[in-house]
Design a protein around this ligand. Sequence first.
Ligand SMILES: Nc1ncnc2c1ncn2[C@@H]1O[C@H](COP(=O)(O)OP(=O)(O)O)[C@@H](O)[C@H]1O
Ligand SMILES: [Mg+2]
Length: 374
Amino acid sequence: MYLERVLCRNFRNFKELMLDLNPNLNIFLGANGQGKTNFLESIYLMATANSHRSSISSEMINWQQNKSLVQLLLRRREGKIKLAMRLEKNNKQVEINDNPLDKVKELFGYLNAVLFSPEDLKLIKEGPSHRREFIDLEISQVSPYYNHLLSKYDHLLSQRNKLLKSIREGKSKNREMLPVWDEQLATIGTKIILKRIEVINKLKILARLSQRKITEGRENLELEYDTSLNHFSPKMGEAELRNLFIDSLISKRDQEISRGYTVIGPHRDDIILRVNEMNLRKYGSQGQQRTAALALKLAELEFMKSETGEYPVLLLDDVFSELDGLRRKALINIIADKIQTIITATDGENLSGLKNNSYNVYQVKKGRIKKRVN
Ligand SMILES: Nc1ncnc2c1ncn2[C@@H]1O[C@H](COP(=O)(O)OP(=O)(O)O)[C@@H](O)[C@H]1O
Ligand SMILES: [Mg+2]
């Protein structure tokens, strides 16, 4: 799939921007603070129904305005799709081919995009929430049903937490209500865990291949789903896992009431990354961690292709110049002429290896973007 056109009206520092993109490679050059990341954000927003920077719509609206519009013309195998998002201070409205959707989340599944930015090192180095977000966004993009499960789970979780708090504060005698919530949380939570494991099993093969390629066979990357449920085994089926989930909740009853929140479940799980059997987060070198971040992104591209039949759009924010020779080569090989790529950089110096096929170059300056004649 590829984007034919992007329109941003009063989005961040763009007043009125309309750009036609190259189906292959698009290079955006500009000094810091000019709008390069803003431009990528307007696209990623439509793939994930949210911004990677903030979930507050009002921050994306131009400071001098009170509403904003992002519109994309997307070309998929089935045909053209027009996606639009209208932002107001406390409201977000999305449209597909000019038809408003009931919920913003229904945007999932139209545009698939993979974003690789310097922030992605957090995926490796920081806490579990970054890895959960990674896997959840990845699956949501190809499976709107999974996103629906996540929303349902979040809702159940917050209701159950409210109940736990009220029991802790002695306000509620509703302790006998807990088993009902356990059942519901376990039903949905089990489906989420199983889907994550299924996807990680696919991703880990792809990520391992990428890591080996980038390091010329020296590093074996492994991914493992790490669940907060006691006595978990990856071979368990849905019914067995659901029972285990309920038993685990019961075994944590006193702890949960004294803390006032749910201490186990997919919202507490993690993905462990290892290189040559060593925990990457704890012991990996900066170089190994960077390589793994890239390997995961490359795996994401292939995973989405295998799920949807089409490569997603690849957004590279300021990362290319940081990559060394081998990592750069791995990236160029996968992009080739088959993935629409939108890349930002402060200068074009290191980008020559990319320009084997057709490409456009744009200059970004103070919220204006001009296509260069190349
Ligand atoms: N809501 C907004 N309205 C107007 N300008 C904004 C808004 N949000 C951010 N900006 C401006 O956008 C610029 C940052 O753009 P960004 O795309 O991050 O730069 P870069 O080109 O370095 O990636 C800053 O100068 C900031 O002042
Ligand atoms: Mg930037």
